[in-house]
Design a protein around this ligand. Sequence first.
Ligand code: HEC
Length: 427
Amino acid sequence: MTRGEAVRTARSVVVFVLGAVGATGCGGDGEAPASPGPEVTWFRDIQPLVERSCASCHDGAGVGGVALTDAATAQRLAALMSLRVSAGDMPPPVLDPSCRSYEGAERMSLSQEERLLFDAWARGGAPLGDPVDAPPPRGRADTIEVPDAALEMPEEHDVSLDDDGNEYFCTIVDNPFSEPAWITAFEAEVGNPAVVHHMAVYRDLGGDAGIGYGVPPGTRAFPCRDPVIELDWQLLHSWAPGVGVTRLPEGAGVRVEPGEQLVMQMHYFGRRNSDARDRSGYRLELSREAPRAEVYMDVFGPVPFTIPAGAESHTERSAAPNEGPPLLVYGVMPHMHVLGRSYRAWIERDGGASECAARGEFEFHHQALYMFDEPIRWGSGDRFVTECTWDNTVDSEGQFSLPPQDVPWGEGTNQEMCFMIAYLSKE
Ligand code: HEC
């Protein structure tokens, strides 16, 4: 199904419930704060958390800049670390694992108890403690040892950051397939981790990726500030720091055709590295035979809508019934634009029960695909419910008009969207 068709399908089955919040099984169940014990030390308490949840961006080479893996640096920044951690913006927000466990959840997020440890450590004067307590050296990350195929940006790119430190860049990559291929695992190969903040690979069903961005036909590299899935593009994979190898479950694969146009979208971010260069790519694992389950992408969410000027917490919701045979949902990528605040998605079963699929704070600059540990069954007649909440006040971090204006649904960065992009297959 093309993206255009996906939206038309969504439109025909959409039920709008403006501003409604209801019983969904996605309710927040906050964890009780625990007392962090007598003395919190670097070696025993903080270093393991930094290695696990911060190092992918803060090892000195990553996009976070400062090397929090270095004890002296961490001691110097202890108060700031505690501040950023308790504010909930470090590590950057991800899907809430209490809604649904997903691959890498423990790497990517901190529990309430763990957040409190940062505070206790800073208050206690950031002691190092006993090196005997230090965590074992980081093991080797999961990797695709011998890729069956690879994608690569055709040329090294001169990163050119705007005043806010961002660049969005797209490039058509060579399609390496001479016959239909089934991708069973994706591994992002980040060229320059100091500036790559997010990357994604799409297939362009229209066959001329740049046209939506107003560049001449055949252009291979072009700026693409506006998020790209609104065009005729189908997401194959999306990566953000902390996301490891994405493996589809045994017997499942994503089909890619020879000659299909493949596009990589890069989001670069940085402060000091304005002369940085990058050439990133993907390592892929393929299946020789057609897998049992053909995984495809579909898009869910309400269309169209308007977010009133000044609304502090405006919510829209859609509910798409499964009118066919039972399906499995393997993972989702939530997508909104810059005014996005939070999202929720769940399956509402016939009979009233519901199962949480995704819930979290939204951060435009940190969009990732979350693969569930166990797929969710989307039975015949069950509804896939998607809900988004926006902040359209003066104080909204992403506010782009002063005074705030009504913001319609649309593809532009000054418009808004609410999508759950999901990997699905027949049961
Ligand atoms: C996904 C990448 C990512 C992860 C994971 C991450 N950070 Fe960050 N961090 C950043 C980026 C990017 C910045 C710079 C922009 C900003 O300040 O928001 C930053 C900035 C910071 C700063 C401010 C540094 C300064 O010099 O101003 C602190 C402190 C910080 N992070 C702490 C943490 C801690 C503690 C963790 C783990 C619990 C963590 N971060 C995990 C990306 C990340």
